[in-house]
Each structure stands twice: as C-alpha cells, then as structure tokens.
Design a binder for this molecule. Sequence first.
Ligand code: UD1
Length: 425
Amino acid sequence: MVGVEAFRITGGKKLMGEIRADGSKNSSLPVFMATLMEKGTYTLKNVPDLKDIKTSIELLVSLGLTVERISEHGYRIINNGLKTLTAEYEIVKKMRASFLAMGAILAYAAKADVSLPGGCNIGLRPVDLHLKGFEALGVKYRIVNGYVEAAAKKGLTGGGVILDMPSVGATENIMMAAAKARGLTVIENAAREPEIEDLADFLNKMGAKIRGAGTSTVIIEGVKKLTPCEHTIISDRIVAETYIVLAALFDGDIIVNGVNREHLNGFLLKLEEMGLKYRITRNSMKILSKLSDLSPVDIVTMPHPGFPTDIQAPMMTLLSLIRGKSEIKETIFENRFMHVAELNRMGAQITVDGDLAKITGVREFSGANVMASDLRAGAALVLAALKARGTSVINRIYHVDRGYERLEKKLKKLGAEIERIKLEL
Ligand code: UD1
C-alpha cells in the first residue's frame, strides 16, 4: 500500500505536564555542512532527531564523509577528504539548506559544484545573495544544467560584502567560505539570528577568527587551517516558541523546557503586549495567564531580533482563539499564508490581502480534515486540532517531521489524543 502519514487528533482534552524543545535544526544544518571544511573527526551533541538531519547526513556521505550515531542526539563525523565536490540535485532538492554545502566545499577546495535548490512552498527563495557574497571572495561561477559551478583559481580572498537583505543562509554560507579565505572579510547587514552565532562559535572552536556574529557586522579573518572539534548545538527557539504557544492555548498547565530567553525576545515582546504573564526559571517557562485573559495584537514578521516568520503560523492559531481583531503582516516570505485556508476549514475567521492576514477571534475550532503545506503550517494545524471540538486528520505530516522531534509522543505524554496513521493515496 502506498500511503502518506497523517495525524488523527481528537481535540478538547486537557493537556498538562512538561515538554522540552530539543536541539536546533537550523543550527545543526550549517554545523553539519561545516564539517566538510577540514579533514578530521568532529563530535556533535544535542542534534535533534529529524528528517532534515538525515538528509544532511545523506549529503555528507555522498561527498565522502563517514557519519556515526554515538547517542540519541550525538554524532561523530569523520572527514578523510571529500571524494567529490559535487552536491547532487537528488539530495539538494529535498532540503534547501543543502546549499550551505557550497561555502563549506569552497573553504575546503576553492572549488564546488552544487545543485541549485529551486523554489519551495513558502516562496521563491533565491540564492543570489549567497552567490554575490562568494564573488566578493574571488569566486567565479556559472550556472550549468541547474548546478552552480564555482571556483576561485587563485584561492579564496577576503572581501567586503553588503547584503541587500539580512539573509540567514547567505550570512552562514559566506562566513564558512571566508573562514579559510586569505585576508579579511567584512559582512555588513548580516543576519543576526542565534543560529549564526552558534555556527561562529563552532568555527571559532576550530580556530577560525570570526567576530561580531549575532550583530549586523561580521568580521572574519581568514586562517589557513582549522582543527575539528566537539560542539553542543543550542536549543531550538522555534520549537520552544511553538510549545509556548501550546502552553498559552492550554491556560499555562504546560511547562516548557529548553527555553533560552535571550533568543526569544521579539516573540516574548508580542506575548507581553497581549497581556501574557509568565515566569522563566533557568531554562523552563511557566505561563501564568489564562487564554481568556489575552488581548488581540498586530504583528509584523521581521529578521531577528524581530518577530520570527517561522512562528507566524502557530501564532495565527493562538490569535484565532482570542476575542477581537488581530493582524499579521508577513514580510519575509511571499507565500507563507497557506495555513489560512486550512485554519478557516476548522472554523477560524481569517482573510488575506496580499501580505496581510486579518484575524477575527472565534470561540472554538471544530475538527476537520486538513493538509499541512509546510513545516510551520503543519504545526499551526496540530495546535488548532488539539483545541478543536471533535476529530481532525492532518495530512502530509512529513512536513511536521522535518522540524519537530517525536511530536506525537510528546503530546501524548501531556494527555493529547493523537495518533499517526497511514492514509492510502
Ligand atoms: C532561514 C531558516 C528558515 C527561516 C528563514 C528566515 C534555516 C535552515 N532556515 O532560511 O527557517 O524561515 O531563515 O528567518 O536556517 N533571499 C534572497 N536572496 C538570497 C537569500 C535570501 O532574496 O540569496 C530572501 C529570501 O527569499 C527571503 C529572505 O531573503 O525572502 C530571507 O531568507 P533567508 O534569511 O535567506 O532564509 P533561509 O536562510 O533560507
């Protein structure tokens, strides 16, 4: 039987207990790619058990690395030299972040041949800024048969890069290439996401000389050689935020662990504006307000430290259950409202005009058959189904599996009625 997996959720159960955000997917992916940069043995800890990690491993292995799982969340990666400098379309098409292999392979060999990733459900997502950055480091490239063929004949040389917009991927890719370029690179208007800081910490442990990661100016003094190291990945702020939204939906009877307050500023500011009271002790967050205490709010998604686009969809589920009118303006991706029609099938009242979603709060959701269009859209639907009256079936949860480790097990532990089922195609 050919089937696609779905969650069947019967909502309206009381959820309580503790839930933990695991290691960050968006930190793990560039760090995995960075192991291409230098021969040797790397140890990575707090890596989440997710489909995108499996895809990264597939890519590393296709390039000649050996990857061993040493614990539930730990890996040993052995780089004995790359057997090819080509990152194949068959793997890159599965996960856009594979394009981060480009900066790492360039750092290794001053040459790389990487498939272009193509578009995805949330938008066009071009890589022009990555390529402009590489050019500033002396790399010449051409696009042949869907691949970027790139080389710096005389080796990579440091240069000045001003990003047209603070792209996370471009900042990471250029940082990796520059770490082993000759001379100084300055990236201006760099993205400031915590994952960029984590990548810089990892590279600096290896002997790179990177300053300013996490600010809009990153300065990289190229070094000749790096030394592989051990690194523990930071916790996933988007997963933590998703679980905080869950806790807010359930009147705070859920404690969220793995919370790093410094990474959640833009998100927490909006929750505070909604009147949410909470306490964070060490890395645990407890919400002290009830859902009915919260007020509507207007949100604009922004690069870090603004309100993250990645939590926009789950936030829409929350705002749908708050009396009054809220708005969300999506400024990062052009097609990131695919969850709206599905939430409306569950009883939400949301209209979309271009990049603006207008949300009128409703009393409750009702269970329905819906479809996850991307990772965070899927999370938004799971949250809605947990609150809905009746049973929902959320199709295409392979999207959710890309970013949330063992979600149904974690939710079951809180008391949710959720099961993974197979739907026949
Ligand atoms: C990363 C995250 C993703 C998050 C996004 C924005 C990873 C693996 N993924 O994606 O979860 O939603 O940041 O916070 O970390 N752009 C260009 N040209 C480029 C590069 C980007 O126009 O060369 C545009 C994109 O289309 C988008 C915006 O810049 O509109 C931001 O994209 P970017 O920050 O690059 O996102 P990703 O690194 O792909």
